[in-house]
Design a protein around this ligand. Structure first.
Ligand code: FRU
Length: 480
């Protein structure tokens, strides 16, 4: 284990070796979760892009399988999606990236491959490319069956025009353009990796009320926390045109941190249930420079997603999948001055008579949930010595801040340190923090505000220190 492997996450997917980026074609098939991903099977750098493959039963433990769609002689296998066909086979929809070695001749087109062995191997569908507009930038098809119109729908990006095109097809061979969306929202940089899907809207008790459509689009650069990131629109989709419910001048950020890109929901989940999505946990600003080996690139935690109503609008909420209740496998109990920090116990942190913060020793991967009343909180996630990430909520300023400026090694100078989001809440604020060896994910306000952040701390004693602005105002719900 060299230093780079010491950063290898415990509860996030990484390839055994070599480079990965976007998740591709996540799908529930044969009772298992399949994840494909952008992968260089031959090196730690981006290149020879193929679709890698992994499976999981619980979304936390993954088994990596051989490459599912290897790079071809004349094209790389760029990002895309998957869907089950009526005969039980899996169709993969991806972008063929041609003439990679000659920038003047690069062309991107949309292709289909079919697997009849449960995703292990794919054969060309036979009509490739199915869409070729002779464009340099035209990629990342997101395809699904639209039952009301009994057609296949494909959403695909025109990156440099900040537009997505909606195509429709009844036979997967002939595709007709239906509409275009954009530019809108975040229009700095290029648009990539669109996803269009139906989500349940939930009321305060998390009861189903209706479904709405979400159009998620990633952009690079220009994200709120620098570099690449995602934005989303909520609206209606009739099978042909997406119409947002809200003004699209101000972007709505999927994640306020720096490291959540190319998210895709799993195909094969009912749209009336919370769905599950997963993203690449990195940023094109420094993805090539992350100090890890023999692997490079990790996936985010898979998250359950839904919409909830806030101030008359539907907003996206995200929470870690249930299997993450015990990230380190065992609960950390009776540490420091905390009597019992096991799952399910509740305790008010801090004491008016003795406001000295407790320092709790934790495992390499852990999850901390708390409820913040009063004026705010500062949570120091320590990694030994002065190395730490702080998560702080300032009720007066209605701001949640994640500061990774002292989190250890910086991949390069574009690794930004301090990220903030507005959290306009009057009541107690719930915080759910998942820390792994090289990441911190923060879910606040029932998942309406999320931060995903890479960190590269040295090996050291991991601790948590919680300081409340008002002693006694913080309830620790669990630390495991
Ligand atoms: C997004 C992206 C996609 C492309 C893929 C190539 O991260 O640039 O647009 O298909 O990566 O690996």
């Amino acid at each position: 284990n060299d230093a780079g492997d010491a950063h290898r996450p415990l509860v996030h997917f990484t390839a055994r070796r070599h480079w990965i980026n976007d998740p591709n074609g996540p799908i529930v098939h044969g009772n298992r979760r399949h994840l494909f991903f952008q992968h260089n099977p031959n090196g730690l750098e981006w290149g020879d892009i193929s679709w890698g493959h992994a499976v999981s039963d619980d979304l936390v433990t993954w088994q990596e399988l051989p490459v599912a769609i290897p790079v071809a002689d004349d094209h790389m296998i760029f990002s895309g999606s998957a869907a089950a066909l009526p005969d039980g086979s899996i169709a993969a929809f991806y972008t063929g990236h041609r003439h990679a070695d000659d920038p003047l001749r690069v062309r991107q087109d949309q292709r289909i491959a079919v697997s009849r062995d449960g995703g292990a191997t794919f054969e060309p569908f036979g009509a490739d490319p199915v869409i070729d507009l002779d464009l340099v930038d035209f990629r990342d098809p997101n395809v699904f069956w639209h039952a009301p119109t009994e057609r296949w729908v494909m959403v695909v990006s025109l990156p440099d025009r900040r537009q997505v095109i909606v195509f429709g097809s009844t036979d997967l061979v002939t595709w007709g353009e239906c509409s275009r969306f954009g530019p809108a929202g975040a229009t700095i940089g290029i648009w990539e990796c669109p996803a269009l899907f139906e989500l349940p809207a939930l009321d305060r008790e998390r009861r189903f009320t209706a479904t709405r459509w979400v159009l998620k689009i990633d952009h690079n650069p220009g994200h709120v926390s620098g570099g690449s990131g995602g934005q989303y629109f909520v609206g209606d989709f009739d099978g042909f045109t997406f119409v947002p419910d809200h003004p699209t001048t101000e972007p709505r950020w999927v994640d306020w941190g720096a490291d959540f890109y190319g998210a895709l929901p799993f195909a094969g989940e009912p749209p009336t249930n919370e769905r599950t999505w997963i993203a690449w946990m990195s940023n094109w600003d420094y993805a090539h420079d992350t100090p890890t080996s023999p692997w490079r690139g990790a996936m985010s935690l898979p998250r359950r997603i839904a919409l909830v109503e806030r101030a008359g609008e539907h907003v996206l909420v995200q929470r870690p999948v249930d299997a993450l209740d015990h990230p380190s496998g065992t609960a950390t109990e009776s540490v420091g001055s905390v009597a019992s920090s096991g799952r399910g116990t509740a305790r008010w942190w801090g004491d008016a008579a003795d406001p000295t913060p407790s320092v709790v020793e934790v495992a390499d991967a852990y999850r901390l949930r708390l409820l913040v009343g009063g004026a705010g909180v500062t949570i120091r996630l320590g990694f030994g010595g002065d190395t730490a990430v702080t998560v702080s909520f300032d009720r007066g300023a209605q701001t949640l801040t994640v500061d990774r400026s002292a989190s250890g090694e910086y991949p390069n100078e574009r690794f930004s340190g301090i990220h903030s989001a507005p959290v306009p809440t009057d009541g107690p604020l719930d915080l759910d923090v998942v820390v792994d060896r090289s990441s911190v994910e923060v879910f606040a306000d029932q998942g309406a505000v999320v931060f995903t952040e890479l960190i590269f701390p040295p090996a050291g004693r991991r601790t948590v220190t919680i300081t409340g602005a008002d002693p006694g105002s913080i309830r620790l719900d669990s630390l495991v």
